[in-house]
Design a binder for this molecule. Structure first.
Ligand SMILES: Cc1ncc(COP(=O)(O)O)c(C=O)c1O
Ligand SMILES: Nc1c(O)cccc1C(=O)C[C@H](N)C(=O)O
Length: 422
């Protein structure tokens, strides 16, 4: 872990803040110092953001990279408007899913040729789960599913299991390694829990599944672009993720599917659409799968969203995911520290793990009156979101700073203490 964000002083004691805002000026000064020393601070200018708002919802919808509208004007005006059908070849539309997959690959620790962009995460969960049952072969009739999963994964896995004749076993992700056995076909696990922000043990869980002869399928929605994933290094079999959170691809931007190279020959998609055919324009009546990641494609790609995503990925040029992780941990530490210092005692309880090894890039605070608190926070310019019983704050290191974290905690304390806005 880098010492870039080393603290100038010991963290402020976790004093209850009812007496006002103890330590406020010290924490504000510390935030300014950390921002001034932050090597990623310059990246914020690449995004369309205003200083009146602290945007802590990039774990739901990433901010707009400022250059994307001009690129989209060109895609619509010239590529579609003037070149029309020629753009499938001349503008590279046809190969966009695999080309963009290769742009996502380094961010999740994958070599080129294993990721294809397209469809939604839900659809890719379906492809991955069914394909994994086929790869696992006969005699394995169980699918382990993260019981705390984002709901869509659970719904899709359940339906896939009914179709393939498997049995779902829902369990805590921490229990997956111990539960894997010779009946397990695969486990589907979220790398980071969308509610709590807990980071699950991808290397250990994957290794335990392999030891039992089973496959590991990971949902990277809340980790890709926020922390190192290491898909190849840890031998993950299949993975899916969305691109509208930390990858800033835009509302409803295409998701992606990773199929490890060693499985590609036997990857048997349950949705073998024509764009994954070996000869898509041969219009053959029978299906023959293309080689490589292209096998994960289905139908015509959603080109406008796809190309907005491709442009959005430019913000990663020259950015290392390790640097992003170092800032993410420093930011979430600092926010937790400010919350502990400012917020009236007993009003919120952090449920995001304190241990760095178990933390994604968000902080979730249990709060009894969360449904009243979040709208007021948003009214005061601090945008997080609400999940049942929780205030959820996402920290996107490319555009969130330490002063943002301090301000968010201060405004939260004001709202909870019933103080008017500054
Ligand atoms: C972990 C996880 N999986 C899946 C999804 C959603 O999937 P889809 O892109 O199909 O809406 C989300 C968020 O929307 C998510 O947080
Ligand atoms: N995908 C979303 C959408 O289409 C509308 C609103 C929110 C979302 C989200 O991404 C929610 C998000 N996955 C979550 O962690 O709660």
């Amino acid at each position: 872990m880098s010492d870039t964000y080393e603290r100038a002083q010991a963290p402020a004691p976790a004093l209850p803040g009812d007496a006002g805002r103890p330590a406020a000026s010290a924490l504000r000064e510390e935030a300014a110092r950390l921002d001034a020393a932050d090597p990623l601070a310059g990246h914020r200018a690449k995004f369309a953001l205003d200083d009146a708002t602290v945007y802590l919802d990039g774990n739901s919808l990433g901010a707009l990279p400022a250059h994307v509208p001009a690129r989209m004007a060109d895609v619509i005006g010239r590529e579609w408007g003037e070149l029309r059908i020629r753009s499938w070849d001349e503008s590279g539309w046809w190969t966009a899913p695999e080309r963009i997959g290769d742009r996502i690959a380094p961010l999740v620790g994958a070599a080129a040729g294993q990721i294809v962009a397209g469809d939604s995460t839900s659809v890719n969960v379906f492809k991955a789960v069914v394909a994994a049952t086929r790869l696992a072969g006969e005699g394995r009739d169980e699918i382990l599913v993260d019981a705390s999963t984002f709901p869509t994964d659970g719904y899709i896995a359940e339906s896939a299991a009914r179709m393939t004749g498997h049995r779902i076993v829902a369990l805590d992700p921490a229990d997956v390694p111990g539960a894997a056995n010779d009946r397990t076909a695969l486990a589907l696990v979220n790398h980071v829990d969308y509610r709590t922000g807990r980071l699950h043990d991808l290397p250990g869980t994957t290794a335990a599944l392999h030891a039992a002869g089973a496959l590991a399928v990971w949902d990277l929605c809340h980790s890709a672009g926020a922390l190192p994933v290491g898909l190849d290094a840890h031998g993950v079999d299949l993975a899916v993720g969305c691109t509208y959170k930390y990858l800033n691809g835009g509302p409803g931007s295409p998701a992606y599917l990773y199929v490890a190279e060693r499985h590609q020959d036997r990857f048997d998609s349950p949705l073998p659409g024509w764009t994954s055919h070996a000869a898509p324009f041969g219009m053959e009546p029978g299906y023959r799968a293309a080689d490589g990641a292209v096998r994960g494609r289905v139908g015509t790609p959603d080109i406008l969203s796809m190309l907005a995503l491709e442009a959005a990925l430019d913000v990663w040029d020259g950015v290392g995911i390790e640097a992003v992780r170092a800032k993410s941990l420093a930011l979430t530490d600092f926010f937790l520290e400010c919350v502990a210092a400012y917020v009236p005692a007993g009003r919120v309880t952090p449920i995001t793990p304190a241990a760095h090894a178990e933390r994604g890039s968000q902080v979730a605070l249990a709060c009894e009156d969360a449904p009243d608190v979040m709208p007021e926070l948003i009214r005061r310019g601090v945008v997080g979101d609400l999940r049942p019983g929780l205030l959820r704050f996402g920290f996107t290191p490319l555009y969130v700073g330490f002063s943002d974290a301090e301000r968010a905690a201060r405004v939260l304390a004001d709202v909870l203490a019933g103080r008017p806005s500054d």
